[in-house]
Design a binder for this molecule. Structure first.
Ligand SMILES: NC(=O)C1=CN([C@@H]2O[C@H](COP(=O)(O)OP(=O)(O)OC[C@H]3O[C@@H](n4cnc5c(N)ncnc54)[C@H](O)[C@@H]3O)[C@@H](O)[C@H]2O)C=CC1
Ligand SMILES: O=C(CO)COP(=O)(O)O
Length: 334
């Protein structure tokens, strides 16, 4: 399945050897690029070299051709483009580690989905603070790592403030079964990807608590209103939020237990233990998104409810009662 390298081939460095980093490394290989994968743990480096990543992508074989390394300088040497694919809350630390090795001027593409818990910073702000000489882009949309790694058909959006850069990245990343749209609404694409995780937790909790399919649809619809309100406050364009990184990813992760955020909510709703569950980016994002909404006077009752439930301040039952007894309003008030 690996595409032949051409004169258009880039050296692409992927930072992060988890599920999404490994899947994107495969996608970049299939798009014809020379791929280096930086993973901090030697176990992952050795596993990728063997053609697998059993911890993060069990049962999926990794085609040969990805150069995995734990050496950040070697990973970044000569890179034409860098994909940042560690969890959102680790981004600042990863960029601090990488900063002196990232070639000036090459695009840094954010592939994580979240908002920094301690500061409320969007991830693009962290890149701009950490790597002021590198243009920032974001890749987002409905795309489970295992689907992309298996080469199943997937569509995502690649955004940068510079429309030409976004279009170039989308063209270079696209391959037979990875269709990349481009956008110049960087903030819109980031907000959609970050907030959908909070609603995926809520959707899992609704299912886990047995509240029914009607409640599920109501929650996703009204959640999307909150996503659009917060997006508007950050300057996101409404049509971006209607696209792959907003509505598209909301649909995917609110309807499938393959989503780790949904699975986290499911366990929450079923009263099962949460410790040891895989990464659920919506957990830190819920708290900070609720704080941002409160500080900016944005109505976001579902996000606030998820944050309060995760903090143990209310039960799911209490949160549902509070949501159902809010003052009535016209639906078009967004
Ligand atoms: N898994 C998926 O289907 C998708 C994930 N994403 C996003 O990609 C981001 C990463 O997710 P996954 O790869 O799935 O998570 P994961 O839990 O599978 O892997 C995370 C990786 O980051 C590494 N890491 C964490 N902190 C680090 C640090 N300080 N320095 C170096 N490496 C560090 C871990 O060792 C691990 O290899 C998240 O923001 C997630 O929302 C986006 C789309 C799809
Ligand atoms: O963002 C994703 C798919 O687009 C992955 O979702 P989870 O992190 O909830 O698994």
């Amino acid at each position: 399945m690996t595409a032949k390298r051409s004169a258009n081939s880039w050296r692409v460095t992927v930072l992060g050897g988890g599920a999404w980093g490994t899947a994107l490394a495969l996608a970049m290989l299939r798009a014809g690029h020379d791929v280096r994968l930086y993973a901090r743990d030697t176990e992952t480096v050795a596993a990728v070299a063997r053609g697998e990543n059993p911890r993060y992508l069990p049962g999926i074989s990794i085609e040969p051709g990805i150069a995995a390394t734990g050496d950040i300088a070697a990973a970044l040497e000569g890179a034409d483009c860098v994909l940042a694919v560690t969890p959102a809350q680790s981004l600042r630390a990863v960029l601090a580690h990488a900063r002196n090795h990232v070639p000036a001027g090459v695009p840094l593409v954010l592939c994580a989905k979240g908002i920094e818990r301690d500061t409320g910073a969007l991830l693009s702000t962290i890149v701009e603070e950490s790597l002021p000489n590198n243009p920032v882009a974001a890749l987002s949309g409905p795309s489970f790592a295992s689907d992309v790694a298996r080469g199943l058909p997937t569509a995502v959006v690649v955004a940068a403030r510079d429309a030409e850069l976004a279009a170039e990245l989308a063209a270079r990343f696209s391959a037979k079964n990875l269709r990349c749209y481009s956008s110049d609404d960087l903030i819109g694409v980031e907000i959609g990807g970050a907030l959908k995780n909070v609603f995926a937790i809520a959707a899992g909790a609704v299912t886990g608590a047995g509240l029914g399919a009607s409640a599920q649809a109501a929650m996703v619809t009204r959640g999307f209103v909150e996503l659009r309100r917060i997006g508007a406050a950050f300057g996101a364009r409404p049509e971006t939020l209607m696209g792959l990184s907003g509505l598209g990813d909301l649909l995917l992760t609110c309807s499938s237990a393959q989503s780790r955020n949904f699975a986290y909510g499911l366990a929450l709703g079923q009263g099962k233990p949460l410790a040891g569950l895989p990464l659920a980016e919506g957990v830190p994002t819920a708290g900070i998104a609720a704080r941002i909404a409160a500080e900016r006077g944005i109505e976001a009752p579902i996000i606030s409810a998820v944050a309060a439930i995760l903090d143990g301040k209310v039960t799911i039952g209490q949160a549902v009662t509070a949501l159902m007894t809010r003052p009535l309003k016209t639906e078009t008030d967004i």
